[in-house]
Design a protein around this ligand. Structure first.
Ligand SMILES: CCC(=O)SCCNC(=O)CCNC(=O)[C@H](O)C(C)(C)COP(=O)(O)OP(=O)(O)OC[C@H]1O[C@@H](n2cnc3c(N)ncnc32)[C@H](O)[C@@H]1OP(=O)(O)O
Length: 513
């Protein structure tokens, strides 16, 4: 054979692998389930024509190469919005996307590449987990490097794990260790064991979706970050997520030109925000009014809805937003809200994304249920994240900032680069009603008209916690017209881009968990 013939033969083999994957029947089955194939997903993920595959000819050694094309793993490099990224996409048409030895070597190469070249890595999970026939005894004992390496990469390069089919055991921890985990509605599953194993081990009879479907993980467990309608929407969200981040922790997020004027007056806010402290309103409407083109990329929108987290841009600059949601639980902060905020702050801090805190909280939730659930431990996690964040931080007290809720939402002591309040804001250890009931209990009881005296004292207390007094003591940087919020933040983002903070050396902080 001439070299030319050898080359042609090799190209034919590669082409066949790319076209046929795990075979016509398996591809048809994949489509019938409403899923794209791993190769179709990868095509959508990267800018057109930029994907370069690595290890196409891999297969499971010792078996028929035709039965394990690419060993069920599509790996390679490409560009997303013009910037480099690596992918590891499990091909369910090949032995249910199980983790084969050659396939996992390719994933290892992707992790190494991402780390060495400081570019994001994306996993597309559609996998039955470890390939059982290859994972017994000593061959299993040496494994686990995939999680170890993910931890080492954490906070160095962005890690995204889209769950687009099952993710069993081995492949269930990959999303948990990644920074962003969208899940496709109806087809994705994450679980340490599937329904048959659960039935055998603990006798529980449960469907796959009820056990670990997207609804469970995006609304109840909090493992998933976003439930999306289908594969195409999922890939679109991955691309969008990465657009807010730099390529690595030593880079700044890209600034994207916007046609939305940076000095646009946010007049709607003056109608939107109630003056009464306890009247609910939707904080997301406030966010949409101040950010570029009203575009807010919410993370975990259906989990811990009393805390809103997500990315947006102001004047083209990426910003992470942490906001109390008065529409849910009155904006109180509970266990899940603390975890949600802490995790999001850590991502922003790792990747140099400035953080905006929008404060409207009556404080942490109290009572026996949350004490038993460890609110102190979880709240400490949130405090730790806010205090540790050295990225530019801006705080706006929208209405109320009470108790430790004020501290954790980047209060004065937490080094905000700008600490602002709206004119009717209140900052206090607690709300007026609660404080008066505790401090003046005897005086109210002894008054000729107890209720009238109580109301009088409440009004006096409210005057004492008004933002005017806080501003008088120069404990806020400014009290602003809400309509000016966008202009002020755009300017603050511009001037804090070079922020540097020196902290005492330590190996790591002991993070409350
Ligand atoms: C670190 C520890 C671990 O990761 S333990 C991993 C444990 N994994 C599991 O328990 C998942 C086992 N698999 C399943 O439950 C099902 O195959 C799932 C993933 C739900 C897919 O179901 P379904 O769409 O009906 O496909 P299927 O069962 O017909 O499978 C297609 C072919 O793939 C095989 N397969 C499946 N899973 C594995 C696996 N983990 N290791 C090796 N082979 C696996 C099936 O046997 C089947 O093969 P065949 O086509 O019958 O030859």
């Amino acid at each position: 054979m001439t070299l030319q013939e050898i080359i042609e033969e090799m190209e034919r083999r590669k082409q066949k692998i790319r076209e046929e994957m795990g075979g016509e029947k398996a591809v048809k089955r994949q489509h019938e389930k409403g899923k794209l194939t791993a190769r179709e997903r990868v095509e959508l993920l990267f800018d057109e024509g930029t994907f370069e595959e690595m290890g196409t000819l891999a297969y499971q050694l010792g078996s028929d190469p035709k039965k394990t094309p690419a060993d069920g793993m599509i790996a390679g490099y490409g560009k997303i919005n013009g910037r480099g990224a690596c992918v590891a996409a499990y091909d369910f048409t090949v032995i249910a996307g199980s983790m084969g030895p050659s396939g996992e070597k390719k994933v290892t190469r992707m992790r190494e590449w991402a780390l060495k070249h400081r570019i994001p890595i994306i996993w597309l999970i559609d996998s039955a987990g470890a390939r059982i026939q290859n994972s017994a005894g000593s061959s299993f004992a040496a494994t686990g490097g995939l999680f170890f390496e993910q931890v080492i990469m954490s906070g160095v390069v962005p890690q995204v794990c889209a769950v687009m089919g099952p993710g069993f055991a081995g492949t269930a921890y990959v999303p948990a260790l990644a920074d962003f985990t969208p899940m496709v509605k109806g087809t994705s599953f994450l679980g340490l064991g599937g329904p048959p194993l659960v039935k055998a081990a603990i006798g529980e009879d449960i469907s796959e979706q009820e056990l670990g479907g997207s609804k469970i993980h995006c609304e109840i467990s909090g493992v998933g970050d976003l439930e999306v309608q289908d594969d195409a929407a999922c890939i679109e969200k991955v691309r969008e997520y990465l657009s807010y981040l730099p390529q690595n922790n030593q880079d700044l997020p890209p600034v994207i030109k916007t046609s939305d004027p940076i000095d646009r007056s946010c007049d709607k806010l003056n109608e939107l925000i109630p003056t009464a402290m306890n009247t609910p309103f939707d904080i997301i409407k406030l966010i949409e009014e101040i950010v570029d083109d009203g575009k807010f990329f919410e993370i975990k929108p259906r989990w811990a809805r009393n805390m809103v987290t997500g990315f947006a841009r102001i004047g083209g600059h990426s910003i992470g937003i942490v906001a109390n949601q008065p529409k849910w639980l009155g904006g109180t902060i509970d266990v899940n809200a603390s975890d949600k905020a802490a995790r999001f702050i850590n991502i922003c801090n790792a990747f140099n994304v400035p953080i905006l805190y929008l404060v409207d909280t009556p404080a942490f939730m109290i009572g026996s249920a949350v004490e038993k659930a460890g609110i102190i431990r979880h709240g400490a996690k949130f405090l730790h994240a806010t205090a540790s964040a050295t990225v530019p931080k801006f705080t706006i007290v929208v209405r109320k900032a009470f108790g430790a809720g004020y501290y954790v939402m980047n209060g004065r002591a937490y080094e905000p680069d700008l600490f602002l309040a709206y004119p009717h804001a209140q900052i206090s250890l607690m709300g007026a009603e609660g404080a008066v009931n505790i401090v003046y209990r005897k005086e109210i009881a002894n008054a000729e008209e107890p209720e009238a005296r109580r109301q009088e004292l409440i009004q006096e207390y409210k005057d004492r916690i008004s933002v005017d007094l806080v501003a008088g003591a120069a404990d806020v940087d400014d009290v602003i017209n809400p309509a000016d919020t966008r202009r002020i933040l755009a300017s603050a983002l511009e001037r804090t881009r070079g922020k540097q903070v020196e902290r005492p050396w330590r190996k790591i902080g002991v993070v409350p968990v």
